[in-house]
Design a protein around this ligand. Sequence first.
Ligand SMILES: *[C@@H]1O[C@H](CO)[C@@H](O)[C@H](O)[C@H]1NC(C)=O
Ligand SMILES: *[C@@H]1O[C@H](CO)[C@@H](O)[C@H](O)[C@H]1NC(C)=O
Ligand SMILES: *[C@@H]1O[C@H](CO)[C@@H](O)[C@H](O)[C@H]1NC(C)=O
Ligand SMILES: *[C@@H]1O[C@H](CO)[C@@H](O)[C@H](O)[C@H]1NC(C)=O
Ligand SMILES: *[C@@H]1O[C@H](CO)[C@@H](O)[C@H](O)[C@H]1NC(C)=O
Ligand SMILES: *[C@@H]1O[C@H](CO)[C@@H](O)[C@H](O)[C@H]1NC(C)=O
Ligand SMILES: *[C@@H]1O[C@H](CO)[C@@H](O)[C@H](O)[C@H]1NC(C)=O
Ligand SMILES: CC(=O)N[C@H]1CO[C@H](CO)[C@@H](O)[C@@H]1O
Length: 653
Amino acid sequence: MDMKTPLSLALVFVSVFAVYCFDHALSTTVTYDHRALVIDGKRRVLQSGSIHYPRSTPEVWPELIWKSKEGGLDVIETYVFWNYHEPVRGEYYFEGRFDLVKFVRTVQEAGLMVHLRIGPYACAEWNFGGFPLWLHFIPGIQFRTTNDLFKKEMLRFLAKIVGLMKEEKLFASQGGPIILAQVENEYELVEWAYGVAGELYVNWAAEAAISLNTTVPWVMCRQEDAPDPIINTCNGFYCDQFTPNSPSKPKMWTENYSGWFKSFGYPIPHRPVEDLAFAVARFFEMGGTFHNYYMYFGGTNFGRTAGGPLVATSYDYDAPIDEYGFIRQPKWGHLRDLHLAIKHCEEYLIRSDPTHQQLGHNLEAHIYYKSSNKCAAFLANYDSELDANVTFNGNLYFLPAWSVSILPDCKNVIFNTAKVVSQRILAHTTTANKLILSATSWSWYVEKPGVWGNNSFTESRLLEQINTTKDTSDYLWYTTSINIMPGQSKEVFLLIESLGHAALIFVNKKLVAFGYGNHDDASFSINEKISLVEGNNTLDIMSMMVGLQNFGPWFDVQGAGIFSVVLIDPWNNKYDVSAEEWTYQVGLEGEYLGLDKVIHANSSVWIKGSVPPINKTLIWYKVCFFPASVYNSFCSISLKQFWFCYKPFITIP
Ligand SMILES: *[C@@H]1O[C@H](CO)[C@@H](O)[C@H](O)[C@H]1NC(C)=O
Ligand SMILES: *[C@@H]1O[C@H](CO)[C@@H](O)[C@H](O)[C@H]1NC(C)=O
Ligand SMILES: *[C@@H]1O[C@H](CO)[C@@H](O)[C@H](O)[C@H]1NC(C)=O
Ligand SMILES: *[C@@H]1O[C@H](CO)[C@@H](O)[C@H](O)[C@H]1NC(C)=O
Ligand SMILES: *[C@@H]1O[C@H](CO)[C@@H](O)[C@H](O)[C@H]1NC(C)=O
Ligand SMILES: *[C@@H]1O[C@H](CO)[C@@H](O)[C@H](O)[C@H]1NC(C)=O
Ligand SMILES: *[C@@H]1O[C@H](CO)[C@@H](O)[C@H](O)[C@H]1NC(C)=O
Ligand SMILES: CC(=O)N[C@H]1CO[C@H](CO)[C@@H](O)[C@@H]1O
């Protein structure tokens, strides 16, 4: 039996560490044909990975990009985040974590290329999908459809970003690293909801993009009807069956989920590397030439950037580089081996379309010919259960279930997606010094339920939360008083209905109930038996938002907050208090006092004592600690309310 044993990867790959060092002054042309992106006249097979610049810090960008390059990537992909680049209409911000130019340059300095997904709709589990909230308050505006007000703002922002990139000479034709741009994002998923106006909008968006003369191709991901010359690309867990909408366009995969994002109340997502490698190998086997990991490094949703509802602050994504910038093994290593194997076949892949050969039930080969007797082959067993032995080209090969073998010479297997040979466990040499924080090192500040400031206001109805807070805070107090006359029942059910996302209920300043929605349905109701007193009672509702909606048709007009409050007595009489007089207070007192700011770390409002209060609601806690080898002190400030954790704004290098 002539079983082919895999050659040593190290031997085979010595010669294939091809890197693309763009000469900064040199102009590069980027076009495409039905096989691939064509860079300076040559078809290219490219591996790309998503790293969103604001989900880490400029200090670590070089290291993340270097680890991506070592992992075999050619391209770094990022969205552009409009709401942070233009927080106030006409006032732009490109500093710190939002220094887009610096990020693109950092990629360039590493010798990699950039796919810039300008959008401006990002989705990305990012607050409001990347749209600034002021856009929502332009009277008459409708997002992502043929609405003149929206189109005007969208074109202005597209032009702003393209203009900035041109000014800094960052497009390939100018010697820069940007080889691709994206307009809109996964619009096909919602297009049905906008009817004919949606189709018109797609055409308009394509024309708007083309009019900006970027000199690089534009893509629309998940857009079956993307008009020429825009390339429609695939997003998903598997894209091998995908075909572009024209024979003149290459098969490109812009979002392959390396894992999935985390939301409150759901398990931590995990995608095994064997399955991910299988999906990628199948894609290249069946004619793909550009592929992007979403995410290659996920990072962190700092501050209030997380989308919603209820997306977690960690955006780790089970990606090849973990949230803290460490290489995740064996994912990173196995995929690096895969990239090297595919790179080894590049000269064959760009020459022709694959030839198909059925090898048995759920067994097939795809062969790429360079000449009549020189070829590279992919052998696939797409049966999810059964291993198999197959004969190909007169030789026998063992194919584990759900796997692809890569044969750059149609003979020797240099990689199989199910055989993970890369290091399984990475010993973190930087064993963090354990910080033991004694109870006495804590100080705290107690938030009192209800109105706290002189800027509260009153209305005789329940207000929608986003329109009321304008997203200046996650928190809105709804307070009212309930008068119980002699003879009325003091034991009642309190029925509260909310559009989302969570709420704490206080009766006479005592916590009586807690309710919350989830990522798929933020709305919830609370039905709680409460005891009132004769005379005046206070009802304080702390309604909380955890990230503005970032996805779905008309997501921008989905509301939040309390919309109905009813009391039900033992005889089933209902007292609707929704239209009573309600007093509103936007935000928490601690936010007003700036307790989350490092500069107030030593403010006298913080209470210090021997034992911090526990099992109480709405308390800000603070502790300062001194990481070994770093002499600065860092303050971690958090507001603990059950499972909610207010992510500190401070990162520790
Ligand atoms: C794009 O190029 C066309 C033709 O060269 C020109 O008419 C147009 O003004 C350019 N548009 C921009 C935004 O530069
Ligand atoms: C494949 O061939 C090997 C070697 O003869 C044998 O041990 C194994 O059982 C075969 N596997 C299958 C699934 O046929
Ligand atoms: C109350 O009003 C004063 C004076 O107008 C102002 O300085 C202060 O910031 C306000 N305080 C709060 C908590 O709103
Ligand atoms: C009930 O008490 C609240 C808070 O003390 C007060 O603002 C309100 O005016 C009182 N209502 C009545 C009807 O007495
Ligand atoms: C917010 O207010 C606008 C008017 O300013 C209104 O059109 C919209 O429906 C409101 N949104 C919600 C969710 O109530
Ligand atoms: C707060 O006080 C501590 C102890 O005196 C000091 O080390 C630290 O630098 C101060 N922090 C700030 C932000 O002022
Ligand atoms: C705090 O509450 C939890 C859950 O109700 C309880 O198990 C725990 O004993 C409480 N701790 C203290 C110190 O009261
Ligand atoms: C955006 C996208 O393509 N999402 C899809 C990814 O794959 C999962 C599972 O196949 C689908 O449920 C998503 O809709």
